[in-house]
Design a protein around this ligand. Structure first.
Ligand code: SAM
Ligand code: SF4
Length: 335
């Protein structure tokens, strides 16, 4: 099938990240201010029916992979049925979910009740620390041990779901746990990915740890990392094997290494704005277009035109160099 979603640099766009809520049950230090943010009223948020309509139109244009994210996506009522419906859309080859894991057990129970084959193909769980104390410092949640989230991994693997753990190393918080976090992939066929802290939203005053430093720390403990052959996952992560490991270790060097040249993604915010790039305000207000009564063909045409304007690079590296301020957090953009 022809992919009609191409930008002016020839990149084919086949991956859509869909945020279904701006709300969250955690206050990660790099994502949300401790007091939280003013949640958007429900009427400002796309309904699931509207999101499904947009996904179907985008699929007709070449989108093949959907990641459901937020805020915390599993907080939204009806998320399980929504994920089930996404799986039935003809042409969508991969449905994935990014979650902080707090409601993952309840979601798996609910999914079991609504039928077979309703779970995403892949689930990313964000866990930045193995320590209850540091977890409290990093998420402001004091009644949960992160290990209880990790206990769900086996349940997902039993169901043949690809599991990735996302960790954001932050200096003076979890940077001494890098090797222990990587070790989660030692005996399980999962990927542990280290994401460079992006200086957006609440993260602007925190210190990042570069992927290169993280790699060094892992190699010091476990020996040489060998690049994985072939393609794994939908995004910019680069994966490595360790001789004694069943799983993989991945790096998303969002700040230090530009992977924009192969960027294949668009983002739909929970308020219905199609964002062309993480660090750029360019995009298309689909919610307003839908409210104005646009038909599918008009929406498709507007998406094609918007996609063509995707910027060549993100500006995150410049932020560190030029102290440029970006106020939008990942939870707002759709992380
Ligand atoms: N609430 C879900 C979660 O935490 O997995 C999904 C949304 S969250 C915004 C998606 C991912 O973005 C998480 O892995 C989180 O660690 C990451 N993230 C948030 N803010 C970030 C930042 N400033 N730099 C790098 N990663 C960030
Ligand atoms: Fe919530 Fe995810 Fe942001 Fe943490 S990173 S505050 S879990 S949206």
């Amino acid at each position: 099938m022809i992919n009609e979603l191409k930008d002016s640099y020839g990149r084919a766009l086949d991956y859509l990240r869909v945020s279904i809520t701006d709300r969250c049950n955690l206050r990660c230090i790099y994502c949300m201010p401790p007091e939280g943010v003013q949640w958007k009223p429900h009427q400002n948020i796309l309904t699931f029916e509207q999101i499904i309509r947009i996904v179907k139109i985008a699929c007709g244009l070449g989108i093949r992979k959907i990641r459901v994210t937020g805020g915390e996506p599993l907080l939204r009522k009806g998320a399980a049925s929504f994920l089930k419906e996404l799986k039935t859309i003809h042409g969508i080859e991969n449905v994935s979910l990014t979650t902080n894991g707090l409601l993952l057990g309840a979601y798996l129970d609910e999914a079991q009740n609504i039928g077979e084959n309703v779970l995403p193909d892949s689930i990313n769980i964000s866990v930045d620390t193995l320590s209850r104390e540091i977890y409290k410092k990093m998420t402001l949640c004091d009644n949960l041990h992160p290990q209880s989230i990790l206990l769900l991994i086996d349940r997902l693997l039993e169901k043949q779901i690809t599991v990735k753990i996302n960790c954001v190393p932050v200096q003076s918080f979890n940077d001494d746990e890098i090797a222990s976090l990587a070790e989660l992939a030692k005996n399980k066929n999962i990927a542990v990915r280290f994401i460079e802290l992006m200086p957006i939203g609440a993260a602007s005053n925190l210190q990042f740890v570069s992927g290169a430093e993280v790699k060094k720390m892992i190699e010091k403990t476990f020996g040489a990392l060998t690049p994985c052959d072939g393609f794994y996952g939908n995004g910019p992560a680069v994966y490595y094997k360790l001789a004694s490991f069943t799983g993989k270790v991945g790096f998303i060097n969002a700040v230090t290494h530009g992977f924009c040249g192969t960027c294949n993604r668009l983002r739909l915010t929970s308020q219905g704005f199609l964002k062309l790039c993480l660090s750029n305000t360019l995009g298309l207000d689909l919610k307003t277009l839908i409210a104005a009564g646009a038909d599918d063909e008009e929406i498709a045409g507007a998406i094609i035109q918007a996609a063509a304007k995707k910027p060549r690079f993100h500006t995150l590296s410049n932020i560190y160099n030029e102290a440029e301020q970006h106020s939008e957090s990942m939870s707002k953009i759709g992380g």
